[in-house]
Design a protein around this ligand. Sequence first.
Ligand code: M6R
Length: 619
Amino acid sequence: MCGIIGVTGEQDACALLLAGLELLEYRGYDSAGISATDPARDAETTTLWRVRAAEHAGSIERLRALVADAPQPVGSAIAHTRWATHGPPTVANAHPHLDCTRRLAVVHNGIIENHRELAAGLDERGHERTSATDTEVLVHLVEEQVATGAGLADAVARCLPALRGDFAVALIYAGEPDVIVVARRTSPLIVGVTDTAGIVCSDVSAALATTRNLFALDDDQVAEIRPGTVVVRDLAGRRVEPAPMTVSWSVQRALKGGYADFMSKEMHEQPRAVGDTLLGRVHADGSTEIEELVIGDDDLRKVRRVLFAACGTSYHASLVGRQAVERWARVVADAEVASEMRYREPVFDEETLVVAVSQSGETVDSLHAMREARRRGARVVALTNVVDSVMAREADGVLYTRAGPEIGVASTKSHLAQLAMVEAFALHLGRLGARVAGDELARAAQSLLSLPAAVERALARFDQYEAVGHRFADREDFYFLGRRAGLPVALEGALKLKELAYVRAEAYPAGEMKHGPISLIEPGAVVVVVATRSPMWEKVIANVEEMRARGAVLVAVADEGDEETARMVDAVLEVPHVTEICSPVVNVVPLQCLAYTIARARGNDVDRPRNLAKVVTVE
Ligand code: M6R
């Protein structure tokens, strides 16, 4: 959560920062701010320039107005868009935070866990804190070091060992007007340079307008950025070479391209996301090639257990991965919520492969789960959409989805790409293990390769899905049911509706309803059931009857032209038929559209739903 950007050596620093903040806004949009040095003033005495705003999704617009009204300094400048953790989203809590002298400023992503203890010490030593944030303690700690004569980079390096938690920080100092100092632990941060400028930011998207010459920092490294140069040191002060980053995205792919919002654009990009992800990896004869995996075929043949770990939508993709690995590789497989796995004291050995699934490659729960798995002896693979993300760099191997940048907070195209990738990976394991007949694997491969066209065909029914959405847009109680491959789809459908439409939506395995939740069903409750044809269809339909008998309104995701299913429900969301294991890739599409339509009908901002951020970098 939170987006950081900073530039030095740029004449039009504020314009660049405002454009960057817009691209980073998906990381948090509770409030925003900018601070800058002014090299035209006396560096010994001058204070920093700062503007801040706290107007939810309108904060950046407000900043733009404030900047237009003020003379803009052109030294080093840092900016921030916030997702509030400590302290409500007010101007006082908006970053950048200043020290007592107003000559130092900090922006921060993450949580300084021992901030209370540090704040108590600062209060005793007479500092005046002006916010309720955990962040502000750092700028006062740095203030104390600068007061002893330390330069900004040294001062920051001296303070880092005192901090507990995960963080990425950027600081400027009026006494060194062309310098930005950054440091990170777990939370992402990249730095870049041109011949005359320097940039720091939370992710690649906001840096691309300035340079593609980008570097990733490792934990507990401190970088000093001046126009045209970046110097990185470890905490012992030793100079280290930062790792260059591979940049495969373009600025254009992060723009709306004529759509009303990023979510609809990204939903319509799904056929391409699935196709690109499978391209060159899965072949119609059942053969597979996954280059970046790094872990060799012999090592993969030794894997006896695959555990997928992830959060939110990525967890739902993991549930599909579990079924695909069991079916095609006949290897023990499981899927677990990363934030729970980490603290469960799980038992792993070198025959366990943990696949951490994360669109962003940054989610702190998934990153820590991956680290814990490795510490306990498992090999770890990151399945992510972001090349060179923190998780990609730390894992033993990588499975890259190729969805391109996803800006809408709700995962759509990245989810479909994840589904395609977990299935391609399962097929790869299956081919190596050879426990399943080759012709079955070839059929599975053909089914996977048919998915881009099937998703395209589902999207062509957008109007039908929209009409169903409008019909139920004012309902407050939704239940999503599915079995086997239909269950992850039901879970994802409910999550989408909750996060976008702010409507109560529960998802259950359809067979579980009669073990308790069915007592919630009252006449008028909307039950959305995944009822495409599979060996589970009759069981699902029996569960549908149980709901109908209690007065529920039924909506079914059903195969195109399946009149028998359509007759049993009140509304149908038709999809092209594909094999059961591959069906989540197609069946989730109408549920995304349903949530999108209901959210818009209720006047919600689908790209920036309340209380959420795209990237969750705090626990
Ligand atoms: O970046 P990740 O895939 O690790 O993010 C995990 C979840 O925060 C994410 O999937 C979230 O649930 C979705 N954005 C919801 O649409």
